[in-house]
Design a binder for this molecule. Sequence first.
Ligand code: SAM
Length: 280
Amino acid sequence: MLSYRHSFHAGNHADVLKHTVLTLCINYLKEKDKPFLYLDTHSGAGRYLLQSEHAEKTAEYQTGIGRIWQQETLPELLTPYLSVLKYYNRTETLKYYPGSPLIAKQLLRDQDKLNLTEIHSTDYPLLRQEFLKDKRAKVLREDGFQQLKSKLPPQSRRGIILIDPSYEIKEDYQKIPKALLEGYKRFSTGIYLIWYPVVNRTQSQRMINQIVESGIKNILQIELAVQPDNNQKGMTASGMIVINPPWKLQQEMKELLPWLSQQIDPNNIGHHIIKQLVNE
Ligand code: SAM
């Protein structure tokens, strides 16, 4: 049985990086009126109460979004991300953290579609509840990896696919390159966002190498580390592998990532990376 619950980690530094990249990609696709699909293979519960027992136990959000929310001057590139946070938090207090499905719900337009899968028996009903009245969304309790076969290509031929497993099951590291290739064969022009943690550098790097060697073109890596790599327990860094990144994403992240890193890692003990791994 799966024991990972995102409610312990919502709003941490990894979510800040992941959701910033996601909002920039969504905004890019919105530059054209044509509809697109947002496919979220590992959706989570959608909404997280930061004063809950789970979130307070780890307090991870305090060293993630907590370090950004109160800033008086914020980079303009964070506007779409923060607009969603403000929508779910109408007062100064940061009470709720919106996960990836709620970020997309808020930023997508009437003509766009959402396909969301979550397998956990507790999180799935919570997610479904969030979308009961949303005609754009399909919310399924199914295996997220299978969606890359069954839901691609989208009718609109435009789309963002977020692959964001918990890596609780170590096979996820092997499943991702395979499932990704299945999706890419069907829909090679989609924007794929693959989140990865650095708990064990060798393990993450092996997966990245497999993606790089798969024949897939145009791959960008964006990583934010809050500690140097080490052999202790816990996540020292996280990153996004972006396939077919919007042409401006690399430049945008070059502007934004040093700022994010400075807020989240004020003692500058980690690092950040923006690297084109495979050319177009
Ligand atoms: N994407 C979410 C966000 O950004 O707010 C967070 C997702 S969380 C990191 C990973 C989720 O994947 C967990 O809620 C877990 O229950 C779910 N999960 C694990 N294996 C899955 C599978 N094979 N298919 C669908 N969901 C799965």
